[in-house]
Design a protein around this ligand. Structure first.
Ligand code: F6P
Length: 334
């Protein structure tokens, strides 16, 4: 499915550690399996770190065998568990993590997670001799340097399953449903879900919304018979509450809107076929990049090819929502 780079093996490793960090995403397990199997098949030992950076600080490591990753390719979540470790932002704390890795004879680390986790990975690479590779694991698809992230496709499909059901009630009762999807301060998830669900409107943090104007527009649509789906997809945004404010506005205009917050349902469930292939490829390629002598990079995907992106730029730049894609989401419902 992806074009894989041709990389020469230039370096040998004693042991690779792997951890998952930040919000879990469906596909983390196939990624873990990809790393473990690729490393073991190349004669490299693998340690699984429990509970992300917190587990690393506590020295919570276990040796991974081929059997440790048996039967996990189809499972959501992460067998290694995950957490958000605030303390890891401090250099002294990271020094403790480096000590743990060195004491266990580990000379490489693979981190699967979102931008916060990849920031920690970049610091570790800068502050030690340990080779560090990041893999983009988040349902938000908001990581600079890669078109796709592990879990995004599954989350889109999970939201669509829910919306297809909600639409039955929206249409039976001729009501507006405001469906809130995750994505933090990025509108990728909302835009993709909006297009695929045939939503009447999509609201994302990248574009400011005038609540009154939008409410009026939706009511006008209803009266003129233009609005048909009754589904409005709203990205959660950085500060919660917009979805309810929008519902309130519609109420004031005589509508009977309902709000449905999809929430963490989008983070769970079995990974889609797409995410399994993406995660397996990225996991195996992380090991290959290490063997080729790379460090301080993220392995991502662009134009159907697996590629390396310096972690420095991954964390420095913000991935922008393609305005044309957003326009498309709106255009298709005019
Ligand atoms: O980054 C993934 C994500 O699911 C975001 O979409 C969401 O804003 C956030 O994590 C929720 O985090 P938590 O599970 O810590 O509440």
């Amino acid at each position: 499915m992806y074009t894989l780079p041709d990389l020469e093996v230039l370096r040998d490793f004693n042991a690779i550690a792997i951890l998952t960090s930040g919000g879990d995403s469906p596909g983390m397990n196939p990624a873990i399996r990809g790393v473990v199997r690729a490393a073991l098949n190349n004669g490299i030992q693998v340690y699984g770190v429990q509970r992300g950076y917190s587990g690393l600080l506590a020295g919570d490591l276990r040796v991974m065998t081929s059997a440790s990753v048996r039967n996990i390719v189809q499972r959501g979540g992460t067998i290694l568990k995950s957490d958000r470790c605030e303390a890891f932002k401090q250099k002294e704390v990271r020094q403790q993590a480096i000590k743990v890795l060195e004491q266990n004879g580990i000379d490489a680390l693979v981190v699967i997670g979102g931008d916060g986790s990849l920031t920690g990975a970049h610091s570790l690479a800068e502050e030690s001799d340990i080779a560090v590779i990041g893999l983009p694991g988040t349902i938000d698809n908001d990581i600079f340097g890669t078109e796709d992230t592990i879990g995004f496709d599954t989350a889109v499909n999970t939201a669509l399953d829910a919306i297809d059901k909600i639409r039955d009630t929206a249409s039976s009762h001729e009501r507006y449903f405001l469906v809130e999807v995750m994505g933090r301060n990025s509108g990728f998830l909302a835009t993709h879900v909006g297009i695929a669900a045939g939503a009447e409107k999509v609201v994302v943090p990248e574009y400011e919304v005038q609540i009154e104007q939008l409410g009026q527009q939706l009511c006008d649509n209803r009266r003129s018979g233009k609005g048909s789906s009754g589904i409005i997809v709203v990205a959660e945004g950085q500060t919660p509450g917009l979805t309810y404010r929008l519902a309130q506005q519609l109420k004031q205009q005589g509508e009977e809107p309902r709000v449905c917050i999809l929430g963490h349902i989008q983070r769970g469930g079995r990974p889609s076929g797409h995410d399994r292939v993406l995660a397996s490829s990225l996991g195996a390629m992380a090991v290959r990049y290490l063997q080729a002598g790379y460090s301080d990079i993220m392995v991502g995907v662009a134009n159907g090819a697996i590629l390396d992106v310096p972690l420095d730029s991954v964390i420095r730049y913000r991935k922008g929502l393609d305005p044309k894609l957003f326009e498309l989401a709106l255009l298709l419902h005019k």
